[in-house]
Design a protein around this ligand. Sequence first.
Ligand code: G6P
Ligand code: MG
Length: 213
Amino acid sequence: MLAAIIFDLDGVLTDTAEAHFRAWKRLADSIGVPFDHAANEQLKGIDRMGSLDRIIGDRPGFNANERARLAAVKNGWYLEEIAGFTPADLFPGARAVLEEARGAGLKIALASASRNAPLLLERLGIATLFDAVADPAAVAAGKPAPDIFLAAARAVDVAPALCLGVEDAEAGITAIRAAGMASLGIGSPAVLANADRVIAAIGAFRLGEYRSA
Ligand code: G6P
Ligand code: MG
């Protein structure tokens, strides 16, 4: 039985990867550290400070205060990148998936590592379709730990075994599985090999296939 669907946001409902890339690239260039699209791929699902730590590594001269400052600078540039987001930036079919699931009586929750998620939900015009948005600042460990998915399930009062988690990142699928939920990957089966099922894009989601499962 399925009682709730817990969605990741970035890469599942909308494409923010390039916006994150441009902001990180601008920051990396400003401090003379290499960064490319391949490195950006590895940051999907990874929280802001975790991402910065991966970019800088153990290079000397970046203490905790400086890292916090750089993370804030990057976020300012990221906010510039997403300033123009509108409902047109939802992936095709995303809104219909949310509406159909709600119509079927399922709880809908968000488990995004992004502290900008509430803002994006508003800009995308889908904030009112969510029963709960888990706060990444309130969980102990980021993805691949299960914490944020468990927090989202708790927020809608549904047992993890009755939840389907939807993710585009490898770290996210690991988190869903660790939470004891069924997992649906969005993207490439090669990258998301651990997911129970993989579809190419959210628009290919068919609720009936999960309700009867
Ligand atoms: C998502 C993205 C990551 C990003 C993280 C934190 O998981 O896939 O690339 O680093 O959110 O986003 P934030 O908006 O809080 O910096
Ligand atoms: Mg994602």
